[in-house]
Design a protein around this ligand. Structure first.
Ligand code: GAL
Length: 416
């Protein structure tokens, strides 16, 4: 070979190696979530598998940050957004979290054309669209519907102690008295956000659906005697919990029930995904019922994915969103994740016993939204409530707590 051609070829080879090394031209997409374990990662993996099969030339970067309910992940995301370094797509809850934060901050793009092209307006529930829309623009792709107000229980622990599954607040408190007297931990609880989660379900169980909804639209007075009574129920319920809750994740707390170390745990139905992952059997290893006082009410939340303004890989992000909204993607994801499809056309037979019952309830119950998981309150209101709760957990001063909740509604909610 002529020396000149050899030199030229060498230069070209070095240049192409250098290009490959720094990833130039390679297609990728970065997707941000908090699904790193306990059934959640497995659900996401199932959807990634479909993405990889459909788009083999695109590298999927799974930028998940550990921590239930996104407490850590959302802080990391906020820092990245502030620094102008958004992931292409991230997990956000339908409702006020999406509208009050990302849409208000002009951080995400409308997806109306995608909805049109994919025919999603015909298959996504009508009730969900307003919760992901503003001024006629649709801003996210919901992948699921989760239920927050689920009380998981250990059937053997209840049977051994002669306790029937409680359906009312009074029955629940009585059952927990019996269990406590028998030396059983009545209610498993975890870190702070799980306490907020428990609180919203007890508020719902004590106030009923209409008054609970009123907390979020200003028609229920946070300072009223009925809210005092609901908070008293909550304070009472807390007395039946394990003393090491602060150091337990939601999976740790759920595990106490599965292991027979506690009778009940209030947690969203991602716990069903965790139990499936642990190889547990429905109605033998674990049972479920609506949180006492909430029979006939489905307290929902929905995980959805967005498209960043300034997404570095917009085309691949759209491919990801297509998978997230597809029947195939949702049928792979949800039975593992422990949620039901956001889409209305998924095949019911793919889902286990718990999720089939959740589908029936979702279509027949009164539907209300979750606080902890972004539906009913914007981020600032939610964090004021959470701060007040943290203080209450420390000092137990219920009057002060209620006053702080009244102030939070006036500062960031509709109680102006
Ligand atoms: C919720 C989320 C669920 C699940 C849960 C626990 O906020 O919507 O999908 O991830 O947190 O981490």
């Amino acid at each position: 070979m002529n020396k000149k051609i050899f030199a030229l070829l060498s230069v070209l080879m070095i240049a192409s190696l250098a290009l490959a090394a720094c990833g130039g031209g390679a297609k990728k997409v970065e997707v941000f979530s908090w699904w790193t374990g306990g059934g959640e990662a497995a659900g996401l993996d199932a959807m990634i598998k479909i993405f990889n099969a459909k788009y083999p030339s695109v590298e999927f970067i799974n930028a998940a940050v550990a921590g239930g309910a996104g407490t850590n992940a959302r802080a990391v995301l906020a820092t990245r957004l502030q620094a102008g370094d958004p992931p292409d797509s991230w997990q956000g809850h339908a409702g006020q979290e999406l509208i009050g934060t990302y849409v208000a901050g002009k951080q995400i793009q409308p997806l109306n054309d995608l909805y049109e092209a994919e025919g999603w307006l015909d298959v996504m529930p009508e009730t969900l669209i307003p919760l992901i829309s503003q001024d006629g623009n649709i801003y996210s792709v919901p992948v699921n519907i989760h239920r927050a107000n689920v009380m998981w229980y250990n059937p053997k622990v209840l049977a051994d102690n002669g306790v029937a599954v409680p359906t009312t607040m009074d029955e629940w408190l009585a059952a927990m008295d019996t269990l406590k007297a028998a030396g059983v931990t009545p209610l498993a609880l975890g870190e702070q956000w799980t306490k907020l989660h428990l609180m919203e379900t007890v508020l719902l169980g004590s106030l009923g659906a209409d008054k609970y909804n009123g907390l979020w639209d200003g028609s229920t007075d946070w300072g009223s005697a009925e809210v005092t009574a609901a908070l008293e129920n909550y304070a009472k319920v807390l007395t039946y919990t394990n003393s090491d809750s602060t150091s337990l994740s939601w999976q740790d707390a759920a595990q106490l029930v599965i292991n027979g170390d506690a009778a009940f745990n209030v947690m969203g139905d991602w716990a069903a995904g965790y139990f499936i992952e642990l190889g547990k059997t429905a109605m033998t290893d674990y049972g479920w019922a609506p949180v006492p006082g909430t029979v006939g009410v489905f307290q929902f939340l929905s995980d959805s994915f967005v498209l960043a303004v300034g997404a570095p890989n917009e085309e691949a992000a759209m491919d990801w969103l297509k998978v997230a909204g597809s029947k195939e993607g949702q049928e792979a994801f949800n039975p593992v994740k422990g949620s039901i499809c956001a889409r209305t056309d998924c095949d019911k037979s793919l889902f286990g016993e718990y999720l089939q019952s959740a589908m029936d309830d979702w279509s027949s119950n009164v539907v209300v939204g979750s606080l902890t998981h972004g539906v009913v309150a914007n981020d600032s209101w939610k964090s004021e409530i959470d701060t007040a709760l943290g203080l209450f957990i420390q000092d137990g001063d219920l009057a002060k707590f209620q006053a702080a909740l009244v102030a939070a509604c006036a500062a960031s909610g509709p109680c102006k």
